[in-house]
Design a protein around this ligand. Structure first.
Ligand code: TXA
Ligand code: MG
Length: 315
């Protein structure tokens, strides 16, 4: 059921059911972060491997020490600047956070989502919410309640409707080595924006399929349709002209006959492009195309985050 009634979501979570929640990035598949049987339901419904840890969503910075310990001052500084918002911090876990949530790691991923509905829900609940993106493992993340419904249908009783996600791409993930911040996943806050506040940070995002490394599997975010990424969209489109092709373009259409051409941001705004990315991939995936050809975005700002997702969507 898609509903905007927070009380219905709250009741479902209190009886240990899962609820899809809106956030500013993507929809999450949420459950009581303190209850292992609920956490297992998340992994089972998503068909997510148990080695891939979950993000814990808290209501405010004041709740941080209920889930993490030994928090470095730089983490407080970042939280202070970017929360509520699309920044996930990897911190040493409190003992109450189970190994199921963190996949056995000593760290827990935490963020305060910037979405009015979900913040209200979190404030009503006596526990934080563990929530991965609300898609089956490996597929395109959902940015509308209808994407979630299409994925899970009646297997998920409550989808809390918070409209279309404003950022449209997952949170940026930062961990710490002593006092040194390390970026593990490009996301809705660009690295430039973070470096502006705290200086140069190290980037470690290419862990491929090493399950012991912070969760970045090389294949993810993938449409069912074969997808390729190119720096020269016209040349690649011509090479595939015999196929039914759909183009995912940054800011303009090209002058070649194709089954579909979708532009992410006509004004060339990378924030707008990020917001539209997953919804556009969902749309292209429904067109029975032979192939989706995605154009590489400029390699700066959120272009880095979009390119990261597109590189993982290739198959
Ligand atoms: O924007 C977001 O972050 C969304 C919304 C729902 O909050 N959530 C999200 O969750 O993208 P998910 O599960 O799709 O991605 C979480 C990522 C995974 O790559 C996971 O491996 C990594 O965070 N992660 C979680 N806990 C970790 C930990 N302790 N150490 C390293 N990586 C961790
Ligand atoms: Mg995900």
């Amino acid at each position: 059921m898609i509903t905007n009634n927070i009380k219905i979501a709250e009741t479902a979570l209190l009886r240990n059911d899962l609820v899809a929640i809106p956030t500013e990035t993507v929809y999450g598949l949420a459950g009581n972060a303190f209850n292992d049987s609920v956490i297992k339901k998340i992994f089972e419904l998503k068909k997510r491997p148990y080695f891939n840890p979950l993000i814990v969503h808290i209501k405010s910075m004041s709740a941080l020490d209920t889930v993490a310990i030994d928090i470095p001052p730089i983490a407080y500084q970042l939280a202070d600047i970017f929360w509520p918002g699309p920044l996930t911090l990897l911190l040493k876990k409190q003992s109450v956070i189970s190994d199921l949530v963190t996949a056995g790691k000593p760290t827990v991923a935490v963020r305060v989502p910037h979405h009015e509905t979900t913040l209200k829900l979190l404030n009503n609940l006596p526990f934080p919410l563990a929530a991965p993106s609300a898609n089956p493992f490996g597929s395109i993340s959902p940015t509308s309640p209808f994407h979630v419904e299409a994925y899970f249908g009646s297997d998920l009783e409550v989808i809390l409707d918070g409209g279309i996600c404003k950022k449209g791409i997952e949170s940026t993930i930062i961990g710490f080595n002593n006092q040194q911040p390390i970026l593990y996943r490009h996301g809705a806050i660009s690295i430039e924006e973070i470096e502006e506040k705290v200086g140069k940070i190290k980037v470690v995002t290419k862990n491929n399929n090493d399950p012991s490394a912070p969760g970045m599997l090389s294949k993810h975010y993938a449409p069912a349709t074969k997808t390729i990424l190119t720096e020269n969209i016209t040349k690649t489109a011509l090479e595939y002209q015999h196929c039914k092709i759909g183009l995912l373009l940054f800011n303009k259409r090209i002058n070649i006959k194709t089954a579909a051409q979708k532009v992410l941001s006509e004004k060339g705004d990378l924030k707008e492009a990020a917001k539209n990315l997953y919804a556009t991939l969902h749309d292209l995936d429904k067109l029975n195309l032979d192939i989706i050809i995605a154009e590489k975005m400029p390699n700066n700002g959120l272009g880095l985050s979009i390119n990261d997702r597109l590189e993982r969507a290739i198959k």
